[in-house]
Design a protein around this ligand. Structure first.
Ligand SMILES: [Fe+2]
Ligand SMILES: [Fe+2]
Length: 279
C-alpha cells in the first residue's frame, strides 16, 4: 500500500506554489482512501489544495489534532467543498481557549480556540465522532487519543489557558492527538502541535502499536515555545529512538528546526507547504 503525505498548510512556503499561514494541515493519500489531518487557520487550505492538486472532495475522513484555531479554522472551507464527512476529535475540542502573550511589555489576551460553533460545522456537513482513546480508525490508521504525560521535561505551554464560566485555568490540552500510519517501512506519526510532548507521543505510539520503528515523524512539535533544556532533552531521547526520517513544521520554530537539522543531518527535512513524504 502506497502512502503519500503532503503538507497543505504551514507557516512557510518552500516550493514555487502555495501560501503560508500560521497553522498546519496535511493531506494523506493511501490506496484505501484519502484523509485530511487538521485544516490550518482557514486562509490557505482550499487555495493550497488547488495549486498542489489535492482534491479535498476525495477525503474519506478528517482528523483534528486539537482545538486551536490554527488547526481547526479551515474546517468550514473544507466542508463547503466536501459536504458530509466524519470528523474525528477529542471531546475537549470545543473548549474556549485563550493565550496570554507578552507584547511590548504589555499582556495581551487572544482567543485561540476553535472559531466556529459545533452546530454551524454540523450544518455544513461535519459528523463529529468523539473519542478520548487510542483507536484504529481504519486499517493501519490510528489516532493516539489522549497521550499520558510521563516525561518530566515535557511541560505544557505556560501561556495557554482554558476559560470556563469566566475563570481561566492552565490549558494542558488533553485533546492533543496525533495520527499514526502503520506502513511496511515502519510507523509514520503526524503531530498537530504535539502539546503532549513529542517523546510522550512517540512512547505512547510504541506502547499502543507494539512497534518501535518509525519510518518518519512529522508536523508541529511546539519545541521553540518551550525552554532550551526541553529541546535538548527531546533531542537526546529522539536519538535513542529508531527514527529514519524526521520532519518538522509550524510551531517548531527556526531555532529548534536548525538544532534538529544539525543533529539529524540528511534524515531531517523541513515540512514546508508542498513538502511530500512518500512511503
Ligand atoms: Fe499550532
Ligand atoms: Fe496548538
Amino acid at each position: 500500500m502506497k502512502t503519500r503525505i503532503t503538507v497543505l498548510c504551514e507557516n512557510l512556503v518552500g516550493r514555487l506554489v502555495g501560501s503560508g499561514e500560521h497553522g498546519f494541515s496535511a493531506f494523506i493519500e493511501r490506496d484505501g482512501g484519502n484523509y485530511l489531518f487538521d485544516t490550518g487557520s482557514g486562509h490557505s487550505v482550499v487555495a493550497n489544495s488547488l495549486v498542489l492538486n489535492k482534491d479535498l472532495r476525495t477525503i474519506r475522513k478528517i482528523f483534528l489534532s486539537h482545538g486551536h484555531h490554527d488547526h481547526t479554522g479551515g474546517l468550514p472551507e473544507v466542508l463547503k467543498l466536501k459536504g458530509e464527512v466524519d470528523v474525528h476529535v477529542h471531546p475537549n475540542l470545543f473548549l474556549d481557549r485563550i493565550a496570554v502573550l507578552k507584547e511590548d511589555d504589555k499582556e495581551t489576551k487572544r482567543f485561540v480556540g476553535i472559531p466556529y460553533k459545533k452546530a454551524y460545522l454540523e450544518f455544513l456537513g461535519a459528523n463529529f465522532l468523539l473519542s478520548k482513546d487510542f483507536f484504529e480508525v481504519e486499517k493501519e490508521v490510528f489516532l493516539t487519543g489522549e497521550v499520558p504525560r510521563k516525561t518530566l521535561f515535557e511541560k505544557p505551554d505556560p501561556r495557554l489557558f482554558v476559560e470556563m464560566e469566566g475563570k481561566a485555568t492552565q490549558d494542558i490540552l488533553l485533546d492533543d492527538q496525533s495520527l499514526i500510519l502503520n506502513t511496511k517501512k515502519g510507523l509514520v506519526v503526524i503531530f498537530g502541535c504535539a502539546h503532549s510532548g513529542i517523546i510522550n507521543i512517540l512512547n505512547h505510539a510504541i506502547h499502543k502499536t507494539g512497534k518501535e520503528k518509525f519510518y518518519a515523524i512529522m508536523g508541529g512539535t511546539h519545541l521553540d515555545f518551550l525552554t532550551p533544556e526541553q529541546l535538548e532533552e527531546s533531542i537526546k531521547f529522539l536519538k535513542k529512538m529508531k527514527i529514519e526520517k524526521l520532519s518538522v513544521s509550524h510551531c517548531t520554530g527556526m531555532r529548534a528546526a536548525f538544532r534538529l537539522h544539525q543533529e539529524f543531518g540528511d534524515r531531517f527535512f523541513y515540512g514546508y507547504v508542498g513538502s511530500v513524504l512518500e512511503v
